[in-house]
Design a protein around this ligand. Structure first.
Ligand code: COA
Ligand code: AMP
Length: 633
């Protein structure tokens, strides 16, 4: 079936399309309705069915006689270790871990926070939680204590699974002190923390609360104790993944069990063109949605192997790292962010290192997470001599809304476009009044409801916020908060966010959250953080602030404090390095800070003088401040 046929088949009968895809999943009891329009805000998929995600990702492959097939490949240049786990090994690791979790009181519906580096135990923890019918929430290791505390507060986990430390090139990330500080800050307290002790920096264990991961799981394995998969409703939550919103309070995107499995399994063969037994590698982090869907669940649901890579595209040890991993593990498809390729291109502009490795198994490169600039895509196409596929998705959906399904048969690539709409997504472009615009016209990108399987049914503990953020602005549509266009051939182009989310090295960050940190400084009267263009990371945050009257401090000292505060509160991942003092912020007459105009000035882009600006002279003050800092010529 071609892409056009698949899309047409979905359009003519969405329920039949997804019921067919649902045959790729083992159900304990089948769905009463493939789609129930009366449940949830816009309906629920596979209503009435019961299932278990861990069963489908692990046990059923063992049961089918594929226990010896490789499931997880751990490749860690930062610790110089490699390990392989077959599906049978994975079943034993996950079953024993789930038993330990159950012994410590974790059951169906309980939340489990996972705060871990890129080690296989992070995958085991996600699957063990799924096995018990518990709800995991993975927190990215680059977030600091306060961000972790916000998530502990909201999810109220019964258990936290963490490691003593993470390893960044040249630096050990002290997870345990961050974890202890976050638990201290949060009013919700976990009953237990399961701590994976890493040789490089073992952590202090808190008596009564902390449990040594290796000891406890080892004891369960020795005693032959392992938990079976607990049936859950297809509509029960599998996980909560917090993502940046417009404020410092992140949004808890909820993923269900049934629809998620159906959609991801479908994408593995139809979109990525990867078969059971082959090796798929998503070079991301388990803390992001890409890591959830394509380091953990997608490949394993498909019976494919996944690579857990604890390293970087450059520096571990060089820009040939990706080619080495592809060669060593016979990777057939790589999925990463364009930033990684920009970093490789910067260090090895001629791609000379590629020739040092045997990439004969490698078929396709997939890019997502941020806009793929055509120059980077062209470079990758030329150097790799293979298809380079950009595809567009969000934490909210869990899989690509637009792409290029190489499994079904690739459609022509248009540079700058992340492809065509995937079955399940009726993508439209609307003006601010909610009217559909002509092809090629910029506007708000929306999807007609209902969203397909795997897309989020709600936000954790925040149904009202869910409706307000996503459904109210354009009735009958899901508002993606991306702006862009669809051309005459039906290709989608994503140009920018319509909210204050920025994308730094493929990491989704809230400028609102950074502003909250700056505003909390006693010397700051007001501030604005914008995302400015960056040749490597796509965007970088840039802060402007006005001090309180009477504050008389050396600018460099105050700026150092502000940078340190963002790092301490949000984390290193915010990459907040520059704060600039200004006398005033440009505003409209009604007092709205003109962030967009400031961003355009910093980006040296053309801008129209905002009609409602209070005092245009302030824009010159902003330019002058940027010039003084050498950020404008
Ligand atoms: N745990 C702790 N700290 C982390 C971390 C983690 N898991 N991930 C990143 N950080 C830290 C980095 O060490 C860095 O700290 P520093 O300020 O002390 O140098 C900071 O967060 C910013 O990280 P990053 O923006 O990633 O920059 P970098 O210079 O370390 O690396 C790249 C640059 C291009 C190599 C890196 O950004 C990359 O691999 N990007 C690919 C993006 C990606 O996979 N995105 C996922 C979505 S698909
Ligand atoms: P996240 O939820 O972290 O996956 O970030 C989602 C956001 O990243 C989207 O709303 C887009 O703004 C951006 N994004 C993701 N993939 C692409 C892509 N292929 N092209 C352009 N922007 C993208």
């Amino acid at each position: 079936m071609s892409y056009a046929e698949a899309y047409a088949r979905w359009q003519s009968d969405p329920e039949a399309f997804w019921a067919e895809a649902g045959k790729g999943i083992d159900w304990f009891t089948p769905a009463e309705k493939t789609f129930d329009p009366d449940q949830g805000a816009y309906g629920r998929w596979f209503a009435g069915a019961t299932c278990n995600t861990c069963w489908n990702a692990v046990d059923r492959h063992v049961e089918a006689g594929h226990g010896e097939r490789t499931a997880v490949i751990y490749d860690s240049p930062v610790t110089h270790t490699e390990a392989r786990y077959s599906f049978a090994d994975l079943q034993s690791e996950v079953g024993a871990l789930a038993q330990v979790m159950r012994d410590h009181g974790v059951g169906k519906g309980d939340r489990v926070i996972i705060y871990m580096p890129m080690v296989p135990q992070a995958i085991f923890a996600m699957l063990a939680s799924a096995r018990l019918g518990a709800v995991h929430s993975v927190v990215f290791g680059g977030f600091a204590a306060h961000e972790l505390a916000t998530r502990i507060e909201d999810a109220a986990p019964k258990m936290i699974i963490s490691a003593s430390c993470g390893i960044e090139p040249g630096r050990v990330v002290h997870y345990k002190p961050l974890l202890d500080a976050a638990i201290e800050e949060s009013s919700a307290k976990p009953d237990h923390c399961l701590i994976l002790q890493r040789e490089i920096e073992p952590a202090t264990i808190v008596d009564g609360r902390d449990v040594d991961y290796a000891e406890a799981v080892g004891a369960a394995k020795d005693a032959g104790r392992m938990t079976e998969c607990v049936p859950v409703a297809a509509t029960d939550p599998l996980y909560i993944l917090y993502t940046s919103g417009t404020t410092g309070q992140p949004k808890g995107v909820v993923r269900d069990n049934g629809g998620h499995m159906v959609a991801l399994r479908w994408t593995m063969e139809q979109h990525y063109g990867v078969k059971p037994g082959e090796v798929f590698w998503a070079a991301s982090d388990v803390g992001w949605v890409v890591g959830h869907s394509y380091i953990c669940y997608g490949p394993l649901l498909n019976g494919s192997a996944t690579v857990v890579y604890e390293g970087k595209p450059v520096g571990t040890p060089d820009a040939g790292a990706f080619w080495r991993v592809i060669q060593d593990h016979e990777v057939v498809a790589l999925f990463t962010a364009p930033t990684a390729f920009r970093a490789i291109k910067k260090e090895d502009p001629t791609g000379a290192l590629i020739a040092d490795y045997d990439l004969s198994n490698f078929r396709t490169l997939f890019l997502a997470g941020e806009r793929s600039d055509p120059a980077t895509v062209q470079w990758a196409e030329e150097k790799l001599d293979r298809p380079v596929i950009d595809h567009w998705w969000q934490t909210e959906t869990g899989w690509a809304m637009s792409g290029n399904p190489v499994g079904l048969g690739q459609v022509p690539v248009k540079h700058g476009s992340p492809g065509v709409p995937m079955p399940g997504y009726d993508i439209r472009v609307l003006d601010d009044g909610g009217n559909e615009v002509a092809p090629g016209t910029l506007g708000n990108i929306v999807c007609k409801l209902p969203l397909p399987p795997s897309s989020f049914p709600t936000l954790w503990n925040a149904e009202e916020r869910f409706r307000k953020s996503y459904l109210d602005e354009f009735p009958e549509f899901y508002a993606t908060s991306d702006a862009g266009l669809i051309d005459e051939d039906g290709y989608v182009f994503i140009m920018a966010r319509t909210d204050d989310i920025i994308n730094v090295a493929g990491h989704r960050l809230s400028t609102g959250a950074m502003e909250e940190v700056l505003s909390a400084h006693p010397d700051i009267a007001e501030c604005a953080v914008v995302g400015v263009a960056d040749a490597l990371k796509g965007q970088m945050p840039l802060g402007f602030y006005v001090t309180n009257d009477g504050v008389d401090r050396a600018e460099a000292d105050l700026q150092g404090e502000l940078v340190a505060q963002v790092r301490q509160s949000i984390g290193a991942v915010a990459a907040f390095k520059t704060a600039i003092e200004v006398k005033r912020l440009p505003k409209t007459r009604s007092g709205k800070v003109l962030r967009g105009t400031m961003q355009k000035i910093a980006d040296r882009a053309e801008f129209k003088m905002p009609a409602a600006i209070d005092d245009p002279a302030i824009l010159d003050e902003i330019s002058d401040a940027l010039k003084t800092r050498g950020l404008l010529p």
